[in-house]
Design a protein around this ligand. Structure first.
Ligand code: ATP
Ligand code: MG
Length: 254
């Protein structure tokens, strides 16, 4: 079976991604890798909310999502971000296909805390059929992070969380999280490697905050026998460069 790689593109990075970045993706696909892209949309969503005079509110890196906010989230994710990535990939000759976990019913979600966060979900299961079909046809799924609850409610899910669940469900061998910082910094020092114990400690101490929390916890949750490490990197560099922070399982002390 071909190697599978999940790449999460942060909304924070989208505007700055170079043609070189996209070309790097094309090279990977040409060399036989199966690629799956999951994207965020933070800054573009914030801009649109501000334009509509709606307050932007986050709680531990998760966007508080009223029904009104969700309408804007969907509009920005589908009509701006997803379409922009798909059309850039298609322009370079890649057969990219636009998918989202709600309309295509593959991200099954639970409401995280409706009282506190509104329509924000966590991933319960990823049904991989639609993704597998696309991959079989040599298409590159470009996934917007929305999900569906058991009772049919549409929910907004952090894109790192969706990407992690997709990587796990598809038994990907590589998972790269592309963002606007070149790794996890602890007191101004970039960390080459972090394991579960470090991450728990740094979140507790308040050294890892905001949007970095779902990133590192998602990375940890995605680790498996197939996926030994996750890289958090900046989109300003080429994906082939061994950079950023590596998240891996801690060595078990007997
Ligand atoms: N210890 C840390 N090291 C590095 N960045 C951190 C740390 N703690 C918090 N952050 C913040 O996390 C941000 C990255 O997460 P953010 O959610 O903003 O971007 P993204 O996930 O790439 O984009 P999107 O959410 O739109 O997909 C960084 O820009 C930084 O401000
Ligand atoms: Mg984020």
């Amino acid at each position: 079976m071909s190697k599978r790689t999940v790449i999460k593109i942060g909304g924070s990075m989208l505007a700055e991604l170079s043609e070189e970045f996209y070309k790097g993706l094309i090279e990977r696909q040409r060399s036989g890798e199966e690629l799956i892209i999951v994207h965020g949309g933070g800054p573009a969503i914030n801009e649109q909310l501000e334009r509509a005079n709606i307050e932007v509110e986050f709680d531990n890196g998760l966007r508080k999502t009223t029904a009104q906010v969700l309408t804007i989230v969907k509009d920005v994710l589908f009509h701006q971000v997803n379409q922009s990535i798909v059309s850039q990939l298609q322009a370079l000759g890649m057969n990219a296909i636009s998918l989202n976990g709600y309309d295509h019913r593959f991200v099954h979600a639970t409401l995280l805390d409706e009282q506190r966060l509104g329509l924000v979900g966590d991933v319960k299961a990823v049904h991989t059929d639609v993704l597998e079909t696309a991959l079989r046809e040599q298409m590159v799924p470009v996934v917007s992070p929305l999900g569906l609850t058991e009772c049919g409610k549409q929910v907004n899910i952090n894109a790192d969380t969706v990407a992690s669940a997709v990587a796990k469900a598809l038994t990907a061998e590589e998972f790269i999280v592309v963002t606007d910082v070149d790794g996890v910094y602890i007191q101004a020092e970039k960390q080459a490697k972090l394991n579960e114990k470090d991450i728990k400690k740094f979140i507790e101490q308040g050294d890892i905050t905001g949007g970095m929390i779902p990133k590192v916890t998602g990375a940890l949750n995605s680790l498996s026998d197939h996926l030994q490490r996750v890289r958090i990197v900046s989109g300003k560099q080429r994906l082939t460069v061994e950079s950023g922070t590596v998240i891996e399982k801690g060595t078990l002390v007997p």
